[in-house]
Design a protein around this ligand. Structure first.
Ligand SMILES: C[S@@+](CC[C@H](N)C(=O)[O-])C[C@H]1O[C@@H](n2cnc3c(N)ncnc32)[C@H](O)[C@@H]1O
Length: 259
């Protein structure tokens, strides 16, 4: 793809500064010129105007972030991002959610400790370490939104979900991104391969409906605390909310048909 002149200049500058050979899709290009209608939201504004710590995102995520995260803007939510990289995404979330948000990032790479305190708090440890995750959430005072942008490996994605989803607050949101790795063998993926994030979340769809499949589960205590499982291209979002037993009624009441 031929980049606009402005992006070409930015990219040449980036190559000079970093000394790295880059792929065109990896940096600084402003694709809004190509797809103007797709990148008009809050996340896109923040992403494309970033000139500070690098952020690495697939562009089609930007409107999805708007859809998923806009209800939390300006609130004192507790947001945990798995995967800090160069600190840019925490900066982006600070701009997106605003000052009242409690932002924490975790990363296995000790170098990420350098970003602690800049736009949020950073803690070093593995997303598959349940004890570590619980300590971080305790420090946060609870968690309302999780974004898993960590290793993108099935085992890690499942481990984090299993630990963190039960800790989510009522109405909280658990988001996994880069789920296309579920189709890539080098990432423990493969079409319909058991255990990938896609297959794991399909099971959550079954869990959400389990009271239709098994008698006796349509009770307040047995209802799963899953309000929705939403799939986008490469992103999934699971909403946690206490569910009431299901009833269906006809209003106004009608008389039974005579045989
Ligand atoms: C895709 S990058 C994160 C990008 C960042 N969120 C952004 O948007 O710019 C993935 C990060 O996950 C971290 N990571 C890899 N395995 C991990 C693990 N097991 N636990 C926690 N972090 C991990 C890597 O060190 C890397 O910084």
């Amino acid at each position: 793809m031929r980049l606009p002149l402005g992006s070409q200049v930015k990219n040449a500058y980036w190559r000079l500064r970093s000394g790295r050979t880059a792929r065109a899709s990896h940096f600084a290009a402003d694709f809004r010129e190509e797809f103007p209608s797709q990148y008009t939201g809050r996340a896109a504004e923040i992403f494309f105007s970033n000139e500070a710590e690098p952020i690495h995102k697939w562009l089609h995520y930007l409107p999805i972030y708007d859809e998923l995260f806009s209800p939390f803007v300006g609130r004192d939510i507790r947001f945990l991002e798995i995967g800090v990289f160069r600190g840019g995404s925490l900066r982006m979330w600070r701009q997106f959610f605003g000052a009242p948000a409690v932002l924490f990032g975790i990363d296995i790479n000790p170098n990420c400790a350098a970003y602690d305190g800049r736009h949020g708090q950073v803690r070093i440890g593995s997303q598959s370490d349940a004890g570590f995750l619980k300590r971080v959430v305790a420090e946060m005072g609870g968690v309302d939104v999780v974004l898993d942008d960590g290793s993108h490996r099935a085992g890690d994605q499942r481990a984090s979900f299993d630990t963190l989803f039960p800790l989510l607050s009522e109405g909280g949101l658990y988001v996994i991104e880069d789920m296309h790795t579920a189709y890539w063998p080098q990432w423990e993926g493969g079409l319909r391969r058991p255990g990938t994030a896609v297959e794991f979340l399909k099971q959550k769809v079954d869990e959400m409906h389990r009271h239709y499949a098994k008698r006796g589960l349509n009770t307040p205590n047995a209802m799963p605390e899953i309000a929705s499982v939403q799939f986008f291209d490469s992103i999934a979002a699971v909403r946690k909310r206490k569910q009431l037993p299901r009833r269906h009624v006809i209003v106004p009441p009608i008389a039974p048909e005579q045989p």
